[in-house]
Design a protein around this ligand. Structure first.
Ligand SMILES: *[C@@H]1O[C@H](CO)[C@@H](O)[C@H](O)[C@H]1NC(C)=O
Ligand SMILES: *[C@@H]1O[C@H](CO)[C@@H](O)[C@H](O)[C@H]1NC(C)=O
Ligand SMILES: *[C@@H]1O[C@H](CO)[C@@H](O)[C@H](O)[C@H]1NC(C)=O
Ligand SMILES: *[C@@H]1O[C@H](CO)[C@@H](O)[C@H](O)[C@H]1NC(C)=O
Length: 387
């Protein structure tokens, strides 16, 4: 029973997670925001470099009519977008009245659109904000987006929640995803536009917490499915395949295998259901049909697998051989498709690279352990056959 392989598992997994999570993101270079000359002769009374995403905010407040000229400069790629927002109702993304700049794929020109972000998977269309926009525009020079607008500050209040962001675009060029970790969730402030002193304008205020970000449905979906399809099910297969070789580990391997696969199945189905709600929130549009279909196939196959356990023939019966063939082929298919779909999902969700690296680390550890155990069990079988 005291297999060293069993005791090593939690330690290997924990150290893989730890090693990767210690890699910190690179610091972004700061430049003097007041050195910048804007196109079209625009001049702003004040500016401030923002700590996150290498962005800077430039503004002029007109007290007489309650408007502000605002420009954000945010570095980003041509295949992506940059945006800033005033959120009159909350801190963070939901309810953000946003000015987006993005590259139109057909012409390569930079376009600007305004939209209120109403969900975590918004389908964006150019529209009115909850406050008046008197003028807007966007430029892209030397890898930096310049997104500007003149707005009536909501409630004629000079203090506003501001948010800024960069991300990647959908196939049609419209703004789509952004990373859900690191700088990308810290990029919001409470700002006082009446001040022309940047240090005074940046009013300390609560930001959206890391925990509330983790509790967003798409992150819950990602974590549940990475743990279930991506780790527990492959781990359960490895346990069954290699522990069985050692007679002293019988029937311990069986209970460990069933425990891994059952918990993986329950967590995986929960994650799948959360994933389905993500797809339907985007106004009925199936935005990632491939990812979704593989997820559904995984649910069907693993449900079959769980039900097959109930009709498992006795070891002594001849049909048990065919049941085993069936059980193994469905099992390996689920593992390969599951790991594939986790990587596919990481590509869609675009979390901080350290989460992707952590998952690659776990898969590599599992693969190396499986390889070593494969060699060990082959040796054991070989020695047995010689005796
Ligand atoms: C930025 O440049 C302005 C003038 O161009 C100068 O007055 C100011 O001290 C500079 N600030 C920093 C932090 O270098
Ligand atoms: C607001 O006032 C400023 C000057 O104080 C003026 O330049 C601007 O055109 C005004 N905007 C609107 C929308 O009236
Ligand atoms: C906004 O408030 C200022 C005083 O703070 C006032 O002078 C101005 O008329 C107000 N503008 C609007 C559009 O309500
Ligand atoms: C946007 O606002 C303008 C002026 O207030 C109005 O004429 C227009 O219909 C609005 N557009 C939409 C899509 O609501």
């Amino acid at each position: 029973m005291g297999s060293p392989a069993r005791r090593r598992w939690p330690i290997i997994l924990a150290s893989a997670f730890l090693a990767v999570s210690l890699i910190s993101p690179p610091a972004s270079a700061q430049t003097n925001c007041s050195d910048h000359t804007f196109s079209g002769g625009r001049v702003y009374a004040a500016c401030s470099a923002l700590g996150e995403l290498g962005a800077s905010v430039h503004w002029t407040h007109h007290a007489a009519n309650g408007t502000a000229d605002v420009a954000f400069r945010v570095p980003g790629g041509t295949a992506g977008w940059a945006a800033w927002a005033i959120n009159p109702s909350a801190v963070g993304m939901l309810g953000a009245n946003t000015v987006f700049a993005y590259h139109e794929p057909a012409t390569g020109s930079v376009r600007v659109l305004t939209a209120v972000v109403g969900s975590y998977a918004p389908v964006l269309a150019d529209g009115n904000l909850t406050f008046a926009v008197h003028g807007r525009g966007a430029e892209y020079i030397d890898g930096v987006y310049d997104v500007h607008a003149t707005v009536s500050l909501p409630g004629n209040s000079t203090r506003q929640n501001i948010v800024w962001q960069v991300g990647t675009s959908a196939a049609d060029g419209l703004p789509e995803n952004h990373q859900a970790f690191g700088d990308n969730i810290m990029s919001s402030r409470s700002w006082d536009f009446s001040s022309s002193d940047a240090a005074v304008a940046d009013v300390p205020a609560p930001r959206e917490s890391v925990y509330s970000t983790l509790l967003r449905p798409k992150n819950i979906h990602g974590v549940l499915n990475a743990v279930s399809w991506g780790v527990l099910l492959p781990l359960g297969v490895i346990l069954a395949r290699y522990m069985r070789v050692f007679p002293s580990l019988d029937p311990a391997w069986f209970y460990l295998h069933v425990a891994c696969q059952c918990s993986g199945y329950v967590i995986g189905v929960a994650g799948w259901v959360v994933g389905l709600t993500l797809g339907s929130k985007a106004k009925g549009a199936l935005r990632y049909p491939g990812h979704r279909n593989i997820g559904t196939a995984l649910f069907v196959l693993s449900t079959l697998q769980a039900s097959a356990l109930l009709i498992r023939p006795k070891k002594t019966v001849k049909v048990r051989f065919y049941w085993n063939l069936y059980h193994w082929s469905v099992g390996y298919t689920v593992v390969v498709m599951g790991v594939f779909n986790v990587f596919n999902g990481i590509g869609i969700l675009q979390p901080d690279p350290k989460y992707k690296h952590a998952y690659i680390g776990v898969v590599l550890v599992l693969a190396v352990v499986a390889f070593v155990l494969e060699v060990v069990t082959l040796t054991v079988r070989f020695k047995k056959s010689r005796r």
